[in-house]
Design a protein around this ligand. Structure first.
Ligand code: PLP
Length: 478
């Protein structure tokens, strides 16, 4: 394939773009229980219009586009109020939760370099339930992640165990509000105390909950303190492209004050081009996501968001009751927001996920890891709420269908062969062999995931990582 010799007609271009999408999931249908945060057509169209108006503005340089500076400061100001920060709080707009987290870790690392130059190998202590983005930050920034098992019953951070994990090299503590996998809120006030006692920074990952939880509190839920009002919290991340319904590419990272945020900024005058001074990982970047987010916040306003939160809260409760009523399904933990993990002892949940997919529903698979069994995860978004009865009916049907399904021969063979071996000892060739056994083909997305998930679930996490890396390396081949 090469760039076409002659340009195509507009109609042809769009036909081809649509053709790419034939096998995509229909994200507006309310059948997708993850990745999608959809509050309806009106908000979506408005967000798109605002986004398009700012699409071509380059947020790299606010001296050329003062509008971008105003928009970003306005978004941070609204977030600061929403999260109970005072006038000292500053922050920036980023492309997503992952970038917000990478920046918070980078700021903590560079702050520690200044305050504690004796620390050569910085560490961050985090509950095992912290988002993968912290491990990515560790990987990029050469900060050691020290995951600590969570409380077995509540799935919340075990503060005493985290205290025990602190060493002279620790620079940062982490808590989530809530964690993605289990949807529960870590004890942030206790983590704040721990941070203050040990003169450490504390980042709160409120990527998914920061926007929504304050509305749940207003609706009467007993939401524990998690935001900038908690002493000891030094930074917090909050996504706008989740429960604020902005288009993808919208998150915020906030800091208690400028002293800490300064360490996020990168400046470079050591090359012959324009002077570079970047707040974020990206340099050239569209201002579209910012304008889209600003527009959608002004579209709903507090009243609109509160109303949506009411629907989500009712929907989540109904769903919880419905799942409880299905013989053989159990919730891992009581949801504190809109995230529901459920498991089974009797039914193979990987086949259940595939059976739901055949019925047109996407549910998210979560593999077993120390202290947390394999389970299925639902993130409730507004477009799901009207489909709950429908969903539960299909879930019932799928459970009956899958009941009695055994682990596949293939999954058993592969997992038995690899369950006990040291992941680091396995050669790249063996990894290739494992992939070949699953029947995966280069450049294609696999159809049936149950076997693949069973294999992944049976092997140690480090081996999963190696397998997935090799797998994706095969998938993105033109
Ligand atoms: C979604 C999420 C992230 C990562 O955000 P992205 O926008 O996908 O990069 C981090 N933490 C939590 C708790 C999340 O839910």
């Amino acid at each position: 394939m090469k760039i076409p010799e002659k340009g195509l007609e507009k109609s042809e271009i769009f036909e081809e773009l649509e053709a790419f999408r034939t096998n995509d999931i229909d994200w507006r249908s309310g059948t997708v229980w993850g990745y999608v945060y959809d509050a309806g057509r009106e908000a979506e169209e408005l967000c798109h219009q605002a986004y398009m108006r700012y699409l071509s503005l380059n947020a790299l340089d606010p001296t050329i586009y003062p509008s971008v500076l105003k928009l970003e400061n306005a978004l941070v100001a609204m977030a600061r109020t929403h999260l109970n920060g005072d006038e000292e709080v500053v922050g920036n707009f980023t492309s997503g939760g992952t970038e917000s987290i990478i920046l918070a870790v980078k700021s903590a690392r560079n702050y520690a370099r200044k305050m504690h130059p004796e620390i050569e190998e910085p560490e961050m202590v985090l509950p095992l339930t912290a988002h993968a983005a912290f491990f990515k930050a560790a990987h990029y920034l050469d900060v050691k992640a020290v995951p600590v098992p969570m409380d077995e019953k509540t799935y919340k951070a075990d503060v005493a165990a985290m205290a025990d994990a602190i060493t002279p090299n620790t620079i940062l503590l982490v808590g989530s509000a809530p964690s993605y996998a289990h949807g529960v809120i870590d004890p942030i006030p206790a983590l704040g105390e721990l941070a203050l006692e040990n003169d450490l920074l504390l980042h709160v990952d409120a990527c998914i909950g920061g926007f929504l939880l304050p509305y749940f509190a207003r609706l009467g839920d007993d939401v524990p303190p998690f935001d900038l009002s908690v002493p000891g919290v030094s930074s917090i991340s909050m996504d706008l492209h989740k429960y604020a319904y902005a288009a993808k590419g919208a998150s915020l990272v906030l800091y208690r004050d400028r002293t800490l945020r300064k360490h996020q900024i990168f400046a470079c005058a050591g090359w012959p081009g324009y002077t570079v001074v970047n707040n974020t990982v990206q340099s050239s970047k569209s201002a579209g996501p910012m304008a889209g987010a600003w527009a959608v916040l002004h579209h709903f306003g507090e009243e609109g968001y509160l109303e949506i939160a009411r629907r989500l809260r009712e929907g989540t409760r109904k769903l919880v009751e419905g799942i409880r009523a299905i013989d053989g399904l159990y919730l891992l933990v009581e949801p504190e927001m809109t995230l529901i993990p459920f498991r089974s002892d009797e039914i193979n949940i990987f086949h259940l996920a595939d059976a739901m997919k055949e019925r047109g529903w996407y549910v998210q698979v979560q593999l077993a890891i120390e202290g947390s069994p394999e389970n299925l995860h639902l993130s409730v978004n507004p477009s799901n709420v009207d489909r709950i009865d429908d969903f539960l009916e299909h879930l019932n049907g799928a459970v009956d269908e899958v009941r009695g399904t055994e682990t596949s021969e293939l999954a058993r063979t592969v997992s038995e062969a690899f369950a006990e071996v040291d992941p680091e000892e396995i050669s790249d060739d063996d990894i290739e062999g494992m992939i070949a056994m699953t029947g995966a083909e280069a450049g294609e997305v696999p159809e049936d995931m149950a076997d693949i998930n069973e294999i992944l679930n049976a092997i140690p996490p480090r081996l999963r990582e190696r397998l997935l890396t090799a797998f994706v390396n095969e998938m993105f081949v033109p």
